[in-house]
Structure formats: structure tokens, C-alpha cells
Design a binder for this molecule. Sequence first.
Ligand SMILES: [Zn+2]
Ligand SMILES: [Zn+2]
Length: 217
Amino acid sequence: MALNARLDHRNPLVFDTHELGRRPGALQRLNRTIDAPKDLGLKDVIEVPEGAPVELELRLESVMEGVLVTGTARAQAEGECVRCLEPLQLDVEADFQEMFSYPEADERGRAKSRSDEDAADDEDDEDRLFVEDGLFDLEPVLRDAVVLALPMQPVCQEDCPGLCAECGVRLADDPDHHHDAVDIRWAALQGLAGSLEDGEKDEMSGAEPGVDEKQEK
Ligand SMILES: [Zn+2]
Ligand SMILES: [Zn+2]
């Protein structure tokens, strides 16, 4: 299946193994900075913006059945704090290791295991990655690694207190912020009591409308 899709060597996530060669034990280190592909991360939660730089550090090792790729990707992801909804940025470092098999090695493997468990083998094949014409595509590996390295519930700071349930203010900006519903009611009652003591007669006699009229003119 993977063999049907031709790899494009101009794709920055496609790597060439010709220089590495096929002698088992050969090693090659590669550094490459690429533009992040679309949808790299957890959609609508936190992701590396399309086109943002992704630094790749790779170690290719030639083994009998293919190329073992070990590496690290570094990038900056952007998202939103799940508690206070502020935008946030996060440095991501994602490690990965993946085997890219030579297609002929796959066929040998198939021939050998046909008699054993076909079903299990076919399932494994779905996930297998291959070297095709000496090229391999790192993109699926990068995607999986970045997703695993990102938090499902990103927060702007470990102890982000979130938003005030009463008024929605961001509590980290205003640590002393609080509402005491009981106090507010008390204050209202005390205010009412005060106005009743001080100005009960004035209110009853309709002094307030008069004041309002004066202020408006
Ligand atoms: Zn927050
Ligand atoms: Zn509040």
C-alpha cells in the first residue's frame, strides 16, 4: 500500500538514504530545519503553527532489514490555557525511533510468516513504514511524536488558578480577587438599614425624584 505513493525528494520531510548505504552498521547524522506541516499537534488544543520552524536531529542507522531512524524534533507550539483561556506558547521536544523497512525484507517476512498468523501479520503491515527508492517519509513519525509530546490539557502555568466563576476575571492577574456573596448581601442589608434610619422620612416624602430632576436640568 505504502509503495503506491511515490515519495517526492523535494518534500523536506522526505529523507534520502543513498548516502547512508545499505551496509549494516553504517551511521549517518542529519540536522534539518523544516517548516511545520499543516495540523501538527492536537487540533484546537495546542499545535505547532503551519510554517513554524521545526528543528530535526536525526540519526540513521543501516540495519539488515532497513533503516532505523532515531531522532528529536524541537518546535514551539501555540494553544490556549484550558483554565484561564489565555494564549500560551510551549517549547516541544519530541523524541522518536522508527524502523523503515526495505520492501524486499517485508516480502521475505511475509513468506516466512504466511503459515503462522496471517491476520496478525497483516495488521502489523498497516503500521509498517518503508524505504522507497532509497527515500523515507518522516511525516507520520513526526506527527505521532509531536502529539505524544504535547499536553492534552495545556496550562499557562502549573498552578494557574483559572477564571473567577462569578465574574470571569483571570485570577492569576488578580490573586486577591474574591467575591463573598454573604458579605455582599450583608452590605446591601446594612446599606438598606442605614438608609431607613437616616432618610426614611425623606424617601417616603418623595425627596429623591426631586433631586433627580434638579440633576438633569
Ligand atoms: Zn492559565
Ligand atoms: Zn470575580
